[in-house]
Design a protein around this ligand. Structure first.
Ligand SMILES: Nc1ncnc2c1ncn2[C@@H]1O[C@H](COP(=O)(O)OP(=O)(O)OP(=O)(O)O)[C@@H](O)[C@H]1O
Ligand SMILES: [Mg+2]
Length: 345
């Protein structure tokens, strides 16, 4: 996939359709949508009942005839029609009218590194359904690197790790292009799942999804790496009786459960470094790894990576919105045009 800065500058809006969240940047207006990629549908009539935040709140709380669907899965649009309906609602009538007025509406979209042609097509089709006449695809790794202000256009290596909900993407970039990269099908969701499974297996406790975050915070006291017998109290529902129950959970055991999915991420970092030319690895030892994506906020993840790699690890400011902000910066022409031409993916 190759798209030039000139083409990107002609775009009117940019979309990052993530497994967890959908973000839209409109040229001249900035980030206008940042909501969960969810839609609640009435299965009897097919009508859309809610989208975004409100639809996500309905998860697990709906009567039988209402279903909460997620049109994006694993970083790929799996239900084009539903993704279009969701985006239309998230944008709202006023923004849609503004976009409709453009004579030849052009859109930019972030696409996962190494996305196959079918996945790319699904993203393009979704935006064409929204009225775009042309869609430019940009590798998420490049968009995120630009969005967090890494000096991608310089002839020195930078390493970025995009920690999403469904995937983790890692790359070494230099001169505006990807030198080596890996996409690992493990993200924040797999980590949440590991916590939920641990409590189910070792404490016969079912954890409502909104309780996962407080537990992660409890783990953060000394970082994901700490060992020790601290305990934290968790409320949930007994697997057998279905009654409310609280248990004291050994936080170091939960940390070990989280380590299993994280091993795949560490292997990915190792592979990217092994595939990287030695001169660039020397740059990286100083600069370290920049973490972006919502899961970069997982308490203690940065410290764990520091310990495992021996490299400096930084978390971007607002890591969750870096990709879409990067697309926005490129659309608005805020980054040097020549250096990143073409944006090789
Ligand atoms: N404060 C936080 N602590 C821990 N995890 C968090 C926090 N905030 C967000 N996350 C996690 O970040 C993930 C969402 O990140 P992000 O918005 O980058 O995903 P996405 O772009 O939708 O997914 P993908 O890029 O994989 O398609 C979720 O798994 C969520 O649990
Ligand atoms: Mg993402």
């Amino acid at each position: 996939m190759t798209v030039s800065m000139e083409q990107l500058r002609r775009c009117h809006f940019a979309v990052d359709l993530g497994a967890a969240r959908t973000r839209v940047y409109v040229k001249g207006a900035g980030l206008v949508v940042d909501e969960p990629s969810a839609a609640a549908v009435n299965t009897r009539t097919g009508a859309l009942i809610a989208v975004g935040e409100f639809a996500e709140k309905m998860t697990g709380r709906t009567p039988g005839y209402i279903r909460v669907v997620r049109p994006v899965s694993g970083g790929t649009v799996v239900d084009i029609e539903m993704a279009q309906r969701m985006l239309r609602h998230l944008l709202g009538e006023k923004l849609r009218r503004t976009l409709r007025r453009k004579p030849r509406l052009r859109a930019a979209a972030a696409t996962p590194h190494d996305a196959d042609p079918l996945a790319q097509r699904a993203t393009v089709e979704t935006l064409i359904g929204l009225g775009a006449r042309r869609v430019e695809l940009v590798d998420t790794l490049i968009a995120a690197a630009v969005g967090c202000g890494l000096p991608v256009e310089q002839p020195e290596a930078t390493m970025i790790m995009v920690c999403g909900a469904a995937t983790t993407q890692i790359a070494v970039l230099s001169l505006g292009a990807i030198v080596t990269a890996e996409r690992i099908p493990v993200g924040g969701d797999a980590i949440d799942h590991a916590v939920v499974q641990h409590l189910r297996q070792h404490h016969e406790l079912m954890l409502p999804s909104q309780s996962v975050r407080p537990l992660q915070l409890a783990l953060s006291g000394n970082g994901l790496t700490a060992e020790g017998p601290e305990q934290t109290e968790i409320h949930g529902r007994d697997v057998a009786t279905g009654l409310a129950r609280s248990v004291h959970v050994d936080t170091s055991a939960v940390r070990r459960a989280i380590h299993t999915p994280l091993t795949a991420v560490l292997d990915g970092i190792g592979k990217v470094l092994r595939d990287c030319p030695p001169d660039l690895v020397a740059d990286l030892a100083d600069r370290g790894i920049m973490m972006v994506g919502g899961s970069a906020l997982l308490p203690g993840l940065d410290q764990m990576l520091r310990n495992a790699t021996g490299m400096p690890v930084h978390i971007a400011e607002r890591p969750d919105v870096c990709s879409v902000q990067g697309l926005g910066a490129m659309m608005e022409g805020r980054i040097q045009p020549l250096a990143l031409d073409p944006l090789a993916g």
